[in-house]
Design a protein around this ligand. Structure first.
Ligand code: 3PG
Ligand code: CO
Length: 540
């Protein structure tokens, strides 16, 4: 299909730019004490929510390609849908299907991994996030792989468990550890030597993203591969000890641990072994994949680089082709809106801070990390702090705003997109007061951007990729339970068009969602949508 955009017949864009503002993690929850978006003082958003060009979008479940409408939204599927203008079956769904129909076990990759452990002397290692959050991984996928490995005669497996508390309740690690240990016990009774060998909280072990802090990955490498870390007799003992030592600590921040017997780690990674990273989502899987895959690697000292076969649940980066071995074909996201814009010669920029930089570039461009056309695009990353974000809820929103204004003032760009991380990253800490401050910061920054674009006779589109800060705790039987995860709520969508003369209005679509935004942006830039893009949210 060609990438040519046809101009709209009766509508030309404004003289100024079109700016898309993604307020990460700011959804529309019920007015309640636990809703930081509701509790925050947000004079700017309050006005926006009353505007005529306002609607609400689905940002979770099947509307973004997830298996069911019980699945909360997340930034990967959200930005994929925003940037591609269509819904693709996402990782969670694709892995479910590949396991259900058995095709995952028919792949050459799976067969080779197994062979090294049946015909060869290898141990089969599984590394990944141990929860049913279904954002990066699902424990049921791990269990299916383990059972199948046993069925195919793999005698020895080791599991390296990253503890969640971010997509699931903040202190739920033991539920998943016990569930996994139950399966391992069953397999043990059948003569299989399958054990948990190491692990740690996901925010401090292995699962860094966008090169924010390689120390996190090093800690994981040390624990999983080298067997270096604080030693315990079991994963349960590690978690219980860490909880007792610091009653305030939550799963995502639990230090790394190594399971050992008589002072010896039970499952280091050695020459001849097979390793599967069972996370399906890419952002937090890329760095550890590099550490396993790249012979030349200088991000930290690996000390030892074992000869293993490494495979991802998916290929995590389509540009880098990383990793080269993977079990399930990722969604092939083609003809993203940025490809159309580049083909039409539209100059654009994308900006965020480190924690969300890849969201507006890599996820937006269909999980590809490079530029589409470097001559037409500018990508700006403002370095994020390396701290827990409840300690600094403003994060880098002010810096992003300043830099965006600078970019807009050059007059060079017709389109810009940015992500404010605050509602999400602070929302994930579960700290209410900090989340309120995060939302208030975003509100102020959106106000500054509106003032600027107004002077330029441009258009600002404000939306979010999914909810988070809109539900900071839930109440059960009068007891509050902190909620760090995303929500199932809809997100706002507002067009602030400073040249508006009633040429169009919001179209009523029965299931308006994030995938309708790309066509809308193209309309606002003066173009028709590509035929197979989901409908625009406006009607002329
Ligand atoms: C994370 O990776 O931080 C969470 O699992 C999901 O958050 P995101 O989808 O907003 O990035
Ligand atoms: Co999030």
């Amino acid at each position: 299909m060609s990438l040519t955009l046809k101009p709209l017949e009766n509508f030309h864009s404004r003289s100024g730019p079109v700016l898309l503002v993604i307020m990460d993690g700011i959804g529309l929850g019920k007015p309640s004490e636990g809703n930081a978006v509701y509790k925050a003082k947000t004079p700017v958003l309050d006005e926006l929510f009353k505007m005529p060009l306002y609607t609400e979008l689905q940002a979770h479940g099947t509307a973004v390609g997830l298996p069911s409408d019980d699945d909360m939204g997340n930034s990967e599927v959200g930005h994929n849908a925003l940037g591609a203008g269509r819904v693709f079956s996402q990782g969670a769904k694709r892995v479910n299907e590949a396991i259900a129909d058995g095709s995952i076990f028919q792949t050459e990759v799976w067969k080779s991994l197994v062979r090294r452990c049946t015909e060869g002397k290898g141990t089969f290692h599984f590394i990944g996030l141990l929860s049913d959050g279904n954002v990066h991984s699902h424990i049921d996928h791990l269990i299916a792989l383990l059972r199948h490995a046993a069925k195919e005669g793999v005698k020895r497996a080791r599991i390296h468990t990253l503890l969640d508390g971010r997509d699931v309740p903040e202190k739920s690690a033991l539920i998943y550890i016990d569930k996994l240990e139950g399966v391992l016990k069953e397999l043990k009774a059948q003569g299989f030597d399958y054990r948990i060998a190491s692990g740690g909280g996901r925010m401090v072990t292995t699962m860094d993203r966008y090169f924010a802090d390689w120390n996190i990955v090093k800690r994981g490498w040390d624990a999983h591969v080298l067997g270096k870390g604080r030693m315990f007799s079991s994963a349960r003992e590690a978690v219980e000890t860490y909880y007792a030592e610091d009653p305030k600590i939550t799963d995502q921040y639990l230090p790394s641990f190594v399971v050992a017997e008589n002072g010896k780690p039970v499952g280091t990674i050695e020459d001849g072994d097979s390793v599967v990273l069972f996370n399906f989502r890419g952002d937090r899987a890329i760095e550890i994949s590099m550490a396993f895959e790249y012979k030349d690697f200088d991000k930290f000292d690996r000390e030892r680089y074992p000869e293993v076969m490494f495979a991802g649940m998916m290929q995590y980066d389509g540009d880098l082709k990383l990793p080269s071995n993977f079990l399930v074909q990722p969604p092939v996201i083609t003809r993203t809106v940025s490809e159309y814009m580049c083909a039409a010669g539209i100059k654009s920029f994308a900006i965020s801070e480190t924690q969300k930089f890849g969201h507006v570039t890599y996820f937006w461009n269909g999980n590809r990390s490079g530029y589409i056309d470097e001559k037409l695009e500018t990508y700006i990353e403002i370095p994020s702090d390396k701290i827990q974000f409840d300690k600094a809820p403003a994060m880098k929103a002010n810096e992003i705003t300043e830099k965006t204004i600078e970019l807009l003032r050059t007059g060079e760009y017709k389109f810009g997109r940015l992500n404010f991380a605050n509602g999400d990253m602070v929302g994930h800490t579960g700290v209410m007061e900090a989340a309120i401050e995060a939302v208030e910061t975003v509100d102020r920054c959106v106000g500054q951007l509106l003032d600027e674009v107004k002077k330029m006779n441009g258009i600002v589109v404000v939306t979010a990729d999914h909810g988070n800060a809109d539900e900071m705790f839930t109440e059960k039987n009068g007891k509050r339970e902190v909620k760090t995860a995303h929500t199932l709520n809809k997100v706002p969508f507002i067009i602030v068009d400073y040249g508006y003369q009633n040429e169009y209005h919001i179209r009523s679509l029965p299931k308006a969602g994030l995938s309708n935004v790309a066509a809308t942006l193209l309309n606002l830039l003066g173009y028709k949508k590509p035929e197979d893009y989901d409908p625009s949210l406006i009607e002329f």
